[in-house]
Design a protein around this ligand. Structure first.
Ligand code: HEM
Length: 414
């Protein structure tokens, strides 16, 4: 428990953190990775360079400081952090390393001695948050290990098929090297994939949504090739998969994780995605169709052009055996082939027919942050309640991105 005086110290630090939060965590990462170079294989070095992770952690620390007396408001953010940490196999003893480096960085950046009351207050506050995360993570590790086919840590998977889906997206079909059972994961969940990145000479992890519903036989991820700038920010894992990983190669995967999953078996579902945001939607759509869920299902997708459009044949095949599925495609440019497109230009939900957007439905949105912001606002404008809308952002900083997209008081925004 923090004392009243410690709470005052923490609150007094909030404005300073607001101004220097990113600088502080930037300093913190450099210090920690210098002292513990082995952690370079845990953190995504692309995020270090682009500042994504620095912002994410700075945001989490700030949010914690702001809500020190009411940690319940962090509930959703904590779940997302826990899922990400567990997916990365973060261990309880690593909290001491992060804590020590964070406190030293606060002390050094703000020019306060380590033995000051302010640092003692931050030590207590960090300890409180660490305890919450460690306990929640312990529970998730126990749960995922207990389910049939589940595992903790990294498990080897062989690439049994590498299948281009479009000019930018390629699917990797993965089978467990140990030949053991696979878990019945929930559609919409992601795995961390760890691979040696030749440019960096170290292993790097990155999260990918599973792009098909659980089938007990194999896992599938569908990966977008990144531009040079995106690759720098994302740590090259995607491009390593595209360029260096071939059929027969082995990747390390963590157990499927994440809370962006189907909310209800009894409601209509509307899937809205852009670009590679289609991947969790394909898994969800597959699950809805496999269970022949009776309520209406809409699949609304936006693509840049027909060459970057992926999995349209798979969607058409599902539609054939699942007639209640309604589809809608917005393509920014006029296709040259006979591809059926409902809108040429950006997706505008106000012009999508009301039959595709039922009032009583769960809405799932995945795509770039700007896209999610626009769709979220459109859905609110169409009378859909915020609790009906579920969103998933790619990449680290996803929590901040989702909260920003929703226009809610940013829980983790720096
Ligand atoms: C109280 C302590 C901690 C807090 C508040 C915290 C918070 C966060 C947040 C907000 C994110 C970003 C999630 C997202 O938006 O996707 C994150 C990601 C991450 N955290 Fe933590 N974390 C803590 C402790 C730790 C520890 C002890 C480790 C292990 C050394 C760790 C390793 C990571 C890694 C590897 C990521 C993903 C970053 C990336 O992809 O580059 N965290 N954490």
């Amino acid at each position: 428990m923090l004392s009243t005086q410690q709470i005052e110290f923490i609150k007094a630090t909030v404005p300073v953190l607001r101004e220097s939060g990113v600088a502080l965590t930037d300093y913190f990462y450099k210090r920690m990775l210098n002292n513990h170079p082995e952690l370079k294989e845990t953190f995504n070095m692309g995020h270090q360079r682009s500042g994504g992770q620095a912002k994410a952690l700075a945001g989490a620390v700030l949010a914690y400081a702001e809500n020190i007396e009411n940690l319940a408001v962090l509930g959703d953010a904590v779940n997302l952090i826990v899922a990400k940490h567990v997916s990365l196999n973060i261990q309880a003893d690593q909290y001491a390393i992060v804590g020590e480096n964070l406190l030293h960085s606060i002390s050094e950046v703000l020019g306060v001695p380590m033995d000051s009351d302010l640092i003692a207050a931050w030590a207590a506050a960090y300890g409180q948050l660490a305890d919450i995360l460690i306990a929640a993570e312990k529970q998730r590790y126990a749960e995922q290990e207990a389910i049939q086919g589940g595992w903790n840590g990294w498990r080897e998977f062989k690439v049994v098929r590498k299948q281009p889906e479009s000019s930018v997206i390629t699917s990797f079909y993965l089978q467990a090297v140990d030949g053991g059972a696979l878990p019945v994961y929930q559609a919409g969940q992601y795995v961390s994939v760890r691979v040696e990145v030749p440019e960096l000479g170290i292993k790097q992890p990155r999260q990918y949504s599973l792009s098909q519903a659980a089938n007990g036989n194999e896992l599938r991820i569908s990966v977008k090739r990144e531009s040079e700038r995106e690759a720098l920010a994302a740590g090259y894992v995607s491009n390593t998969l595209h360029e260096h990983v071939q059929e027969g190669d082995v990747l390390e995967l963590s157990n499927p994780n994440g809370d962006f999953v189907l909310n209800s078996a009894d409601k209509a579902n509307v899937f809205i995605s852009a670009g590679v945001g289609i991947t969790p939607m394909m898994a969800m759509l597959g699950q809805v169709a496999a269970h022949n869920m009776p309520k209406a299902t809409s699949f609304i997708h936006a693509c840049r052009d027909e060459h970057s459009l992926s999995m349209s044949e798979a969607v058409a095949a599902i539609k054939q055996r699942f007639p209640q599925l309604q589809t809608y495609l917005a393509c920014e440019t006029q296709p040259e082939t006979d591809l059926e497109v409902q809108t040429i230009g950006r997706l505008n939900l106000h012009t999508v027919g009301a039959e595709l957007l039922p009032r009583e439905a769960d809405y799932y949105v995945c795509g770039p942050v700007g896209f999610m912001q626009v769709q979220y606002q459109s859905l609110l404008g169409l009378g859909i309640a915020p609790e009906q809308i579920h969103m998933e952002a790619f990449d680290t900083g996803g929590i901040a991105a989702v909260t920003a997209a929703c226009g809610i008081a940013a829980v983790t925004a720096a």
